[in-house]
Design a protein around this ligand. Structure first.
Ligand code: SAH
Ligand code: SF4
Length: 434
């Protein structure tokens, strides 16, 4: 397992390969509905896999093998420019100029970088590309939520969601194609294809949303104070802490003050609980942390978030208590999906209060977003409010997240790429015609 975790976060590794489970029984790769899993005393519950048997996707280089300048940190860009023939003494200044074009003005055509000499623009164009994922489809929900299906190198697809609100606009981005983990309530976790996104593909999601919203500044126009993409959450497809280095480098680019310049408190990384990587989120990225908590006993969390079997509640909570820089102004968000009859009792709420004692925390209650074939139902409004009341009286801010973009399947945990859906429907057609 450890090998898997480090391989997944190793930049030079393009594949994530889930280890085969110790038992070869196919049964253990199948999703078992919660009701069955909990009532079963046999091996299905205790041995439900942490990871699924995924098909890994090789990462292909950009078209023509030219390096992509998008997604490089400043240091990486400096080395790349020097390697392409930029004199060392000029390299830092050149990085500053290119950086401003790409990340401040949103310009991705070297020819439009008019403060660079023509020869230098040619040198850049001959050696590099500036590429972001390609938008394949864009759906706009009745409530204004936008869902983009974007294609990355190799032809695979991920989803990106933009959620406009009155005082902010949140962009929910993906860190992997699919997810190797098998949370039983999550649609993404059923996807059989998995690959880590590159830093370029992660930063690129922010850039393409700004393109679509027409948010890049216009030279000479007064500075716009209200930002359309004001917050970024790593809550799309994938487990960001299994792709740590690429996520970190991408967020450094997004936070850089001379570019997109989103402050570190405007970025939230959500994890299912990869305990050994949690502290690094604070020290190496500095953004806010959200934990997909979802249960108050190990028995229930083992079923909902199977990674709990590797790092159980006590270890997860210890990592949260020790989270560098955690304070009342930098609280950890505990996400809690409300599943009817599974984790939504008053006893659960009281237990949650006890578990969170001593941790500067807020709790985000997420009404379960149903997807076709999901083994759970959303808790009733009464249940959710009763749960929220208990937490509120114990002193926790407890917003109930309004489901957004449900009509376009854009809500939390519903994201799954169209390639995968297509593959499934192709298979159905195939088996129907056999
Ligand atoms: N892999 C990371 C981040 C992506 S999931 C993680 O698990 O934290 C983002 C959030 O959506 C998580 O809190 C996840 O538990 C939640 N989620 C997944 N499926 C859901 C569903 N069907 N309804 C509501 N929330 C869901
Ligand atoms: Fe992966 Fe997060 Fe879905 Fe779990 S909830 S399967 S970790 S994307």
């Amino acid at each position: 397992w450890k090998r898997l975790a480090s391989a997944a976060s190793n930049k030079s590794t393009s594949l994530i390969k889930a280890p085969r489970q110790p038992t070869g029984a196919l049964l253990f790769y199948l999703r078992i509905p919660y009701s069955k899993a909990l009532t079963q005393t046999g091996p299905a519950m205790t041995n439900a896999p942490i990871t699924q048997d995924v098909l890994t996707i090789p990462r292909k280089a950009a078209e023509g093998d030219k390096p992509n300048l998008v997604g490089m940190t400043r240091d990486q860009m400096r080395y790349a420019l020097i390697a392409a023939g930029t004199p060392e003494k000029q390299a830092k200044m050149r990085v500053g100029q290119v950086w401003q074009w790409v990340y401040h003005w949103g310009v991705r055509d070297f020819d439009r970088m008019t403060n660079l000499a023509k020869d230098y623009r040619t040198l850049l164009a001959e050696n590099f590309v500036l590429e972001v994922p390609q938008v394949v489809t864009r759906q706009i929900s009745e409530d204004g939520t936008r869902k983009y299906l974007v294609r990355i190198n190799g032809g695979h697809e991920v989803e990106v969601v933009y959620i406009p609100e009155t005082d902010r606009g949140t962009l929910c981005i993906s860190s992997q194609v699919g997810c190797t983990l098998t949370c039983s309530f999550c649609h993404t976790g059923t996807q059989k294809l998995v690959r880590n996104l590159t830093a370029a593909e992660i930063v690129g999601q922010v850039m393409l949303a700004r393109d679509d919203l027409n948010e890049w500044p216009t030279p000479g126009a007064p500075k716009v104070e209200v930002r359309l993409v004001s917050n970024v959450v790593l809550m799309g497809m994938g487990e960001p802490l299994y792709n740590f280095e690429n996520v970190r480098d991408a967020m450094k680019v997004v936070m850089d003050n001379e570019g997109i310049a989103l402050g570190r408190r405007r970025i939230t990384l959500s994890t299912s609980g990869v305990v050994p990587e949690i502290a690094r989120t604070a020290t190496e990225i500095g953004c806010l942390l959200a934990i997909s908590f979802h249960a108050t006993t190990d028995a229930v969390r083992d079923v909902l978030v199977p990674i709990n079997k590797k790092w159980p509640l006590e270890e997860l909570l210890e990592a949260c208590r020790a989270y560098p820089g955690v304070s009342n102004s930098r609280r950890i968000t505990f996400e809690y999906v409300m599943l009817d009859g599974v984790n939504d009792t008053k006893e659960d709420a009281h237990r949650l209060v006890e578990l969170l004692r001593g941790i500067p925390a807020k709790v985000n209650l997420i009404p379960f977003n149903e997807w076709p074939g999901a083994p759970y139902k959303r808790s009733s409004g009464n249940r959710i409010h009763a749960f929220a009341d208990i937490l509120y009286h114990a002193g926790y801010a407890t917003p109930i997240r309004t489901p957004r973009g449900e009509d376009i399947m854009a809500a939390c945990g519903q994201l799954k790429s169209a390639t995968e859906k297509q593959r499934k429907s192709d298979q159905k057609v195939k088996s129907a015609t056999l």
